[in-house]
Design a protein around this ligand. Sequence first.
Ligand SMILES: Nc1ncnc2c1ncn2[C@@H]1O[C@H](COP(=O)(O)OP(=O)(O)OP(=O)(O)O)[C@@H](O)[C@H]1O
Ligand SMILES: [Mg+2]
Length: 378
Amino acid sequence: MAGLVIPLMTFKATQSCEQSLVEQHAHLQAHLSETLQGLGEVLVYDSQSHHQKIYHEQCAALTHMQNKLGFIASLSQSLVACMASVTVVGVMLVSALLFKNAQIEPPDFALLVLLSLASFDAVSPMSAALQGLGAVQRAAQRLFDIADQKPTCVTRHNPAPISQNFSLNFDNVSFAYQKEQQPVLSHLSFSMKAGEKIAIIGPTGAGKSSLVNVLMRFWDVDDGHIFIGDKDIKDVDLQALRAQFSVMPQKPYLFAGTIRDNLHLANPQASQADIEEACYIAGIHDFITALPDGYDTFVGENGHALSGGQVKRIALAQALLKKAPCLILDEPAEGLDYAMEADILSRVIKHLDETALILITHRHVGIDRMNQVITLKA
Ligand SMILES: Nc1ncnc2c1ncn2[C@@H]1O[C@H](COP(=O)(O)OP(=O)(O)OP(=O)(O)O)[C@@H](O)[C@H]1O
Ligand SMILES: [Mg+2]
């Protein structure tokens, strides 16, 4: 009984501590990884002491909780060991008495003592096992919470096929990231046909990148419709929809690997000639070939070994490599001077031919070559 009751009491006492230990571990890891990722900013703004203070506070809270758990665990184990000794002594006394009264034989005496010892041996690991249960439960809960999350945008059961001829139509689209906030896109309408080139301009925060987010269905619009061909994008297969577009995001991400690996991500079938052509158009080919390892240069985690402008131009080459009916470039010229921007843009437009283009830009370079210019207001 004692071997079961003490572990169960330990479990009750440590359950909430174990759960908060898991959460504190997660907070500490998140803080460490954020600080390391933003180490440049931490050093520039001289905020090491602030980050160190948070780190020390989190470590202190973690140590306090571990000490508390350690105390309860050792108390529980000592109590079980103590109860085991007391029980064995009690069994020996009772057995001695029974033996004296000739109620049991000598082998029974040994058997009773051994039985009491064995029963404690069987239940004593329960204490440690139950103590870890709280942490495991909390960790599992966190995993299930993530696994159970429903994606915000899903393909409907019987998706409609997308027509061969590309066309895009924003019909009175309104969208806000949070319902209670001002809409980022308000009653936006425009349409474009296959091969058409359009520019989306507007001040910072006007919703230019958000337009791409709703088009790719990272979020769904609140009002209005977006049609691809004659189908609402909510009615078509998500993958098929995204296959219609090749997107160069405003903040591109390069994976740890070589330049070639990153370019192949956009189009695994691309030949060396395709890769070189895309990089030439993006204005990065000469830079790459001048590197000692050329296209096999390792770019580091998130392209750390490259400048911001170089990362953007590799991302532009990636977008050019993916063959899709519409190319979307979100601020492709950030980090470039005007002459280079105009040069790259004219090569891109020449290369695109029948491919449609949505050019999102702050600057007005090249917008005279567009079929339409859509201005968003902040
Ligand atoms: N993931 C998000 N969650 C909540 N709000 C967001 C999110 N992304 C953008 N916003 C908000 O939506 C508004 C429009 O942002 P968006 O990035 O679309 O602007 P933009 O026109 O692309 O600006 P820029 O020219 O600076 O790139 C901004 O006020 C921004 O704070
Ligand atoms: Mg933007």
